[in-house]
Design a protein around this ligand. Structure first.
Ligand SMILES: [Zn+2]
Length: 453
């Protein structure tokens, strides 16, 4: 673009007062590969699209679904005194059938060594979702008996297999795999944690299972049935309350250290007193998150609700750890580290929701809550019930999902999608300080309920 056009463009933008504003599609010449999309925005006057009236919310917000044909689709948005033209191209796609690569069995097992931190050991050779068995540290030794696509098949004792992306390991060509020696374990009972230290002669793959019992499995161990050491963790008070409050398992040298948080002694009159709660306002800095119909940015709404929540929790005596308290960028890794370093018992990530092309924003409302570890589901259910009963926000379900901040924090960790920024009704709530406060209070009330019994 030459300088003159740029300057003229900026001048035009500067002088113009919009009667209506489209926040999505973000460009007048968007390419969208979907059967339908939507116009999201706001208008202070009646607005038509290709001659049809767009229903406006009382705030002026709108979400309007349009079908897309292959090729160029022209949409003329027209109010009394303004007109904007959008040409949206839906590309012609020739869907290629997905070729699934075949499994190759090796004649001889290979020794692999993990080369990255937190390498996901998966239950299927698919690089996404909740198919994670464990996250392995650098230098864990793995035995592979075959490969498929970009994955090695990993031998876990005699009976089980996992899958590891080739990008997370190197092959140790000169050495052949051997089983590890487990020398025994120590048990430590400290103020807040039960700690088990397993002494090994090398780092092996492991699995922590939240079931009827809390179980630890260490794979590829000498002189153990099926090459697997299994221990049902003997901590009756944790199991009798049926409330796990966070745990972690990782290597320090060749010792595997399992830490399980002990039940908290809470006062019935002040159940959140001294409880460490991490509050994570999603996005921030250059990362805006979604944009609402009225143009508000998700990062700002998240922070406001997070700050109201901080105040509500402090009032109740909790110790609040904020992952950000201003408009700054914080990486997902840093958010996890802040919570883990602060030894948070609860981690709550606050977000606003949006939808992909092809869906109808007018048909989606309310709160959805994501957990990853089963231990956090009861808390998610209580928060959902409380939000629905106290402030009448629609229940958009508690779901299990593999989200980095929820997966990697050693706390009862949840991600709360408060409401949909691109639904006009929800968006009106999200930008309303009264709603933000009530929402924060409902979350604080539900945490109080959870810790009082
Ligand atoms: Zn978000």
């Amino acid at each position: 673009m030459n300088k003159f056009v740029l300057v003229m463009g900026l001048l035009l933008l500067g002088c113009r007062v919009f009667a209506f504003d489209v926040v999505y599609p973000a460009k007048n010449d968007a390419i969208i590969n979907s059967k339908s999309t939507f116009f999201i925005g706001s208008s202070n006057k009646p607005l038509k699209i290709n001659g049809k009236n767009i229903p406006l919310h009382q705030t002026g917000a709108f979400a309007y679904v349009v079908d897309l044909n292959i090729g160029e689709n022209t949409f003329i948005l027209q109010s009394e005194d303004e007109r904007q033209v959008f040409v949206i191209t839906r590309p012609k796609v020739n869907p290629e059938p997905l070729k699934s690569s075949p499994f190759t069995q090796y004649n001889k097992q290979k020794l692999l060594v993990v080369t990255t931190e937190d390498a996901p050991l998966r239950s299927s050779p698919v690089d996404s979702g909740i198919n994670r068995i464990a996250h392995l540290q650098r230098d864990v030794e793995l035995i592979s008996d075959g490969e498929q696509g970009g994955f090695y098949r990993i031998v876990l004792g005699d009976k089980n297999f996992g899958w590891m992306s080739k990008s997370n390991v190197k092959t140790a060509e000169n050495n052949s795999p051997t089983l590890a020696q487990l020398f025994g374990y120590e048990f430590l009972d400290s103020k807040e944690f039960y700690t088990f230290v397993f002494h090994l002669d090398k780092k092996v793959p492991f699995e922590m299972v939240e079931g009827e019992n809390f179980q630890i499995k260490l794979y590829n161990i000498k002189e153990q049935p099926a090459g697997t050491y299994v221990m049902n963790v003997p901590i009756n008070d944790v199991l009798s309350t049926r409330k796990l409050l966070g745990y972690s398992g990782k290597y320090s040298g060749n010792d595997f250290i399992l830490k399980i948080r002990k039940p908290l002694s809470t006062h019935s009159w002040r159940p959140l007193h001294n409880i460490r709660i991490a509050v994570d306002a999603g996005h921030g800095g250059y990362e805006n998150g979604a944009t609402g119909c009225l143009g508000d940015k998700e990062k700002d709404i998240n922070l406001k609700i997070a700050q109201y929540l901080q105040a509500e929790l402090k009032k109740r005596g909790a110790k609040v750890i904020m992952t950000r308290n201003g408009d700054n960028y914080v990486s997902l890794k840093d958010r996890v580290e802040i919570a883990n370093y602060g030894d948070a018992v609860v981690f709550l990530s606050i977000h606003g929701n949006a939808l992909p092309d092809g869906s109808n924003p007018n048909e989606h409302r309310g709160t959805s809550i994501y957990y990853y570890h089963n231990q956090a589901k009861p808390l998610a259910d209580i928060i959902m019930d409380t939000i629905v009963s106290e402030i009448g926000v629609p229940n958009d379900k508690v779901r299990q999902g593999s989200l980095a901040v929820v997966r990697n924090t050693n706390a009862l960790s949840l991600l709360v999608e408060v409401s949909y920024l691109i639904n006009p009704e929800d968006n009106a709530n999200l930008v309303n300080p009264e709603f933000q406060k009530q929402y924060a209070k409902a979350i604080a009330d539900s945490l109080e309920k959870y810790f009082s019994n």
